[in-house]
Write a protein that binds this ligand. Sequence first.
Ligand code: VG1
Ligand code: CO
Length: 543
Amino acid sequence: MTLQTIKTTPYADQKPGTSGLRKRVTVYQQLNYVENYIQAIFDSLEGFAGQTLVIGGDGRYYNDVAIQKAIRIAAANGFGKVLVGQGGLLSTPAASHVIRHYKAYGGLVLSASHNPGGPEGDFGIKYNIGNGGPAPEKITDAVFDRTKVIDSYKTLDTPDIDLGKIGTQQVGDMVVEVIDPVTDYAALMETLFDFDAIRALFKSGFTMTFDAMNAVTGPYAKAIIEGILGAPAGTVINGVPSPSFNDGHPDPNLVYCKDMYDLLMTPEGPDFGAASDGDGDRNLIIGKNRFVTPSDSLALLAANAHLAPGYKGGIAGIARSMPTSAAADRVAEKLGIEMHETPTGWKFFGNLLDAGRVTICGEESAGTGSDHVREKDGLWAVLLWLNILAVRKQGVDEIVREHWATYGRNYYTRHDYEEVDSAIANALVDDLRGRLSSLPGQVIDGLEIAYADDFTYHDPVDGSTSAKQGIRIGFKDGSRIVLRLSGTGTVGATLRVYLERYEPADGQHDLDTQEALAPLIAIIEKLAGIQKRTGRTEPSVIT
Ligand code: VG1
Ligand code: CO
């Protein structure tokens, strides 16, 4: 075994986005692309000599190759130990838990989340800090700066680790321990939820389907839902992780889970449907005849969390990303607890969670989680829903309706325009940004604009500021339009338009969502000219 210092040249495009560095696999396959990025991460950190690093991924194509490189570079840089999931697998929330549970220095999560996989698909690398959460901007900025000047990386000339074998192996002076990816996570879930009540629910004949989308959640869902909780075999579908997700798109939304949605809308369908994404941090919740929007799900989980043992003392506060609907705000107001609005991306919740100021966090993009880890957690959300259903002994639809009758309903939709020419998308956003100050007071189609700005977040814990986080246009009647560019796409630009309108508790709760929001859709077309500029006649995805 010899320590090697290999000369390299920088890549200009290694700027981490909303959640790590996501690129096409073919980009990652370039000479030293992985090595440069991982060395740049380690170069931006201090004090890890002899410490533990967690490595895991969602099992997508190129995971196996990247993990072996990461292990050698970690050993050459002086880590004392690497904890890695068997087969290289760890869901994102499980990786977060393993970092916290074993007091690791940090972790590398190898995933491009909900992006498609396979040789033509996407790959990603994300660094998480010792609290288990995504590195804050201070670190991701430093990593990007380092990638621009990096001229060498350190590695060892050792053979590959056998990732199939549980137990310890040696790489140079470093120990590699291959652990079961599910055990610690399942034990954590058992401390949070009333598993007896959920077992009784399944015994009573309650039926469910969980779509793991051929991604990482399969082994977790099978072990917990079918194994520990006793749901019948076959409850978990698409439960074997596949490097290409069986050529599917592991994004649990109404486009890629349309079959499940259709099934839940029929009398023969199960009582409850759920799904998770590529790396297991997102969730989709569908009850019989009722799709629950992620924004509503956040509000409902916050309002009912006390029904689960892990939250029986109540919650300290709620945080949501800025584009997420204000449904959760009404719950926080009623509970008299703190409410925070953060930029898109889980990294902004970490400080609030660490400071004990919030317990539950969520994003409109189907991410919900709590202070049990520092990532969003798909299966956690599903289990909390099951716990609530088991205790309240009501169906999803009934619970949702009661919620609206108490707090009112925030009609909500997101329109995505994917793979738009970057120059066109940037110009569209820049033009609108330039006109924001003239918008307040204007009346368009009978709706008066109350405020218009580009969201700047001031972190109340560490005082840091994050600017240009998305354009917000608010109306006098409480409606809101948000517009921003995605930070996770890998081809061209993805323009996201978020639309929201509030109906009070005694208002109309049965309108079609797209119809209820049609006036706002017309207004943003007038203000931003999306269809005119992009040539698109409709969004690529409506959620
Ligand atoms: C999207 C979502 C955001 C989420 C991020 C990572 O980011 O909008 O809410 O945190 O994906 O989720 P963007 O920048 O494309 O809008 V995951 O499950 O892909 O790690
Ligand atoms: Co994800």
